[in-house]
Write a protein that binds this ligand. Sequence first.
Ligand SMILES: Cc1cc2nc3c(=O)[nH]c(=O)nc-3n(C[C@H](O)[C@H](O)[C@H](O)COP(=O)(O)OP(=O)(O)OC[C@H]3O[C@@H](n4cnc5c(N)ncnc54)[C@H](O)[C@@H]3O)c2cc1C
Length: 418
Amino acid sequence: MNRTYDVVIAGGGVIGASCAYQLSKRKNLRIALIDAKRPGNATRASAGGLWAIGESVGLGCGVIFFRMMSAQHKRQAQGSAVAVDASTPHILPPSFFDFALQSNALYPQLHRELIDRHGMDFKFERTGLKYVIYDDEDQLYAEHIVAQIPHLADQVRWLDRAALRQAEPAVSHQARGALEFLCDHQVSPFRLADAYLEAARQNGVELFHNTNVTGVLHQGSRVSGVQTDVAGTFHCQTLINAAGAWAADLSEQATGLRIPVSPVKGQIILTERMPKLLQGCLTTSDCYMAQKDNGEILIGSTTEDKGFDVSNTFPEINGLVQGAIRCIPQLAQVNLKRSWAGLRPGSPDELPILGPVSEVSGYLNACGHFRTGILTSAITGVMIDKLVHDEVSPVDITPFLAKRFYSGPVDKHSLVAS
Ligand SMILES: Cc1cc2nc3c(=O)[nH]c(=O)nc-3n(C[C@H](O)[C@H](O)[C@H](O)COP(=O)(O)OP(=O)(O)OC[C@H]3O[C@@H](n4cnc5c(N)ncnc54)[C@H](O)[C@@H]3O)c2cc1C
């Protein structure tokens, strides 16, 4: 079957869903979203933290950094000054702070809008994020963070031992204090993606679930559509690559360039429901914890370079359990409900890959959101909508363009082969 649209979005995780929603609001485009829901889909695996400062200063993965950048991606990044040392927590560049903070600021309004206009509640909760400090090393890192973000002084608060115990009575006596990020909150990640998708559907977007994009069509140097496994051929003016950890394959099919997006595994565990134990979200040098609106506590997460493997493994789960009990001793009495793993769409510099690719029209990247795709989905959708309509983006897109990975003139064929 042949279908014709203005925009086709490949990938229906939180990023594709947000793009679909923002694009659908003007009701001037025919839009299709195609999603395969592959095992490892990051949105379903996520903790739902909107930790704009916490993530930007390297705390969002529970500071467990097992990741090694693949040799191929190190080669691709050579000379472009974009590779970072992911073996220790580190502070991301100012361009990312702007992107993350602007996205964060959109959530209160987005929350109201999706409830009022579409009846969808993604459970936005104002929680703050506390970095719990046990020892001198934690203290030094917390001081380092504060020194790096003087412009955000009004968004951070030091809690000494007594203040932490008052704010979070369940935290262990071992903790000597905390650094709190006041603007870092949380949502339900599944409900957020569902809310975007349902609102987009109500605005006329056609959703093709359980459908794989298997090939990309071209007319000269222009992308003109996609082929799918079960829904036939889709013709379009613009293809948006929101394929998460699988985005490199689609970019190669569309542009000849294999963008450096690779899966970064995250394991996470969930307790059974319990009365309110945490007043806000917590992060430590071992793990992070977020009690959701239904009383369950999410404890995450590992950061592993294991390809597309989504198994749960004893040592890593044990590390999360021990880290959680160290911080909240009462968790030793609580049952685990389930565990899972998801695949973050990682990039060598931990920044997303957005926007057009030189010399290929009809194609936009919306991928590589690594560990902040829930947080940054809001601004990504807005930016992609502006790009499709040839309007000025609210955030400078230059730091996020794919071309930052390639120094000198791009030789498409050599990049595909590497
Ligand atoms: C354990 C864990 C915890 C996390 N916690 C947080 C957090 O607290 N806060 C935060 O902001 N972020 C968090 N993240 C990161 C966040 O989940 C991701 O950045 C985000 O979900 C990426 O969204 P996405 O839409 O790009 O990818 P995905 O959600 O993976 O969606 C991509 C979709 O594209 C589909 N697809 C791929 N190829 C094709 C194809 N050819 N045809 C059709 N469909 C295709 C896939 O099946 C998938 O459904 C976490 C991630 C993990 C794993």
